[in-house]
Design a protein around this ligand. Structure first.
Ligand SMILES: [Zn+2]
Length: 317
């Protein structure tokens, strides 16, 4: 067994790593994801540059594969990224061009599916059969391990829990165009907008926090309105996590994502307190992988994790 290259293509930042034959991360690099452009080649060129950089110029002789974790809907059979973040076009073919350039198989899954694989092989879900990985970051999504296997769905987008319906009171519109979706309230991108609408609804002055972090900072300072707002946010988070529990009956839920990792002290306890007690309550924990779960999961995919998608296997390399 040789080494593999793992790439995590995020909406804001992207990372690449080389993992040696023992699965240890030998080298890691990071770069800002391109913020726009009219040509799909910008994205493939960016990823190719990141891979070349982490390898120090050329791929190690014993490289056996490249694994790609990508934010946003994907078509894993075709290796296509659908609706790439920050970009004005709809589809970008990634695995084909990269495989052709580097001469080794390239396989792709969405970032949340990579996250649960990372947790299953390196983190809290090791040895578990039924676990869910939930990320609250720029967006919200989940990866599911069911009966010890990753749940992929038709194109590789199963468990898009950010688009679970969670609220009718504020009726906010999600980035997908529909209303009442979890991501349209609790994601890093939409939280400041939710707070503005919350102030408007309750007739409270809105002092215009620009980021989710500004809101959590004010909560720590004891701002009464923000604390009441967080109560409502927790109700919505718990609604969504309750739906996750009844959908997948997991023994373990692992939370990750920049919003959750920076504010677990304010967010995790209220979710656990308020989720429905209908099915047996799963264990709910924060990730111990410090943001590397998707990257580690991409390395698992690079090593040829058997997805059970026969034609997915034949599309690669
Ligand atoms: Zn939505």
């Amino acid at each position: 067994m040789g080494c593999v290259i793992a790439v995590d293509l995020g909406a804001t930042n992207s990372r690449a790593a080389v993992l040696d034959q023992n699965g240890r991360m030998a080298k890691k690099v990071e770069a800002k994801t391109p913020a726009g452009g009219a040509d799909p080649a910008i994205l493939t060129g960016f990823l190719s540059g990141l891979i070349t950089r982490v390898c120090g110029g050329t791929l190690p002789d014993d490289s056996t594969g490249i694994g790609l974790s990508a934010a946003g809907p994907v078509d894993i059979r075709q290796g296509i990224l659908l609706n790439p973040p920050n970009m004005p076009f709809r589809d970008v073919s990634l695995t084909g061009p990269l495989s052709e350039e580097f001469g080794i198989p390239v396989r792709m899954v969405n970032d949340c599916h990579a996250g649960i694989l990372g947790e299953a092989y390196y983190g809290a879900a090791k040895g578990r059969r039924d676990a869910v990985y939930i990320t609250l970051s720029t967006g919200i999504g989940a990866g599911v391990l069911a009966n010890g296997r990753i749940l992929l769905g038709r194109d590789g987008n199963a468990a898009e829990v950010g688009h679970f319906h969670v609220d009718d009171t504020y009726d906010l519109t999600c980035g997908c165009g529909h209303s009442g979706h979890w991501e349209g309230y609790a994601s890093g991108k939409y939280l400041p907008w939710f707070f503005a609408q919350w102030c408007h609804y309750h007739g409270r002055p809105h002092w215009g926090p620009d980021t989710a972090e500004d809101i959590f900072h004010s909560a720590r300072e004891g701002d009464d309105d923000v604390l009441r707002f967080l109560g409502d946010l927790s109700r919505i988070n718990a609604r969504a996590v309750s739906d996750v529990i009844v959908a997948y009956d997991p023994e373990l839920i692992i939370f990750d994502g920049s919003v959750m990792r920076s504010n677990a002290d304010l967010l995790l306890g209220p979710i656990i307190d308020a989720v429905d007690r209908y099915l047996r309550l799963p264990e709910m924990v924060m990730t111990g992988l410090a943001g590397d779960a998707p990257l580690l999961g991409a390395s698992v995919i690079a090593r040829g994790y058997d997805t059970g998608y026969g034609d997915f296997e034949s599309m690669i390399g």
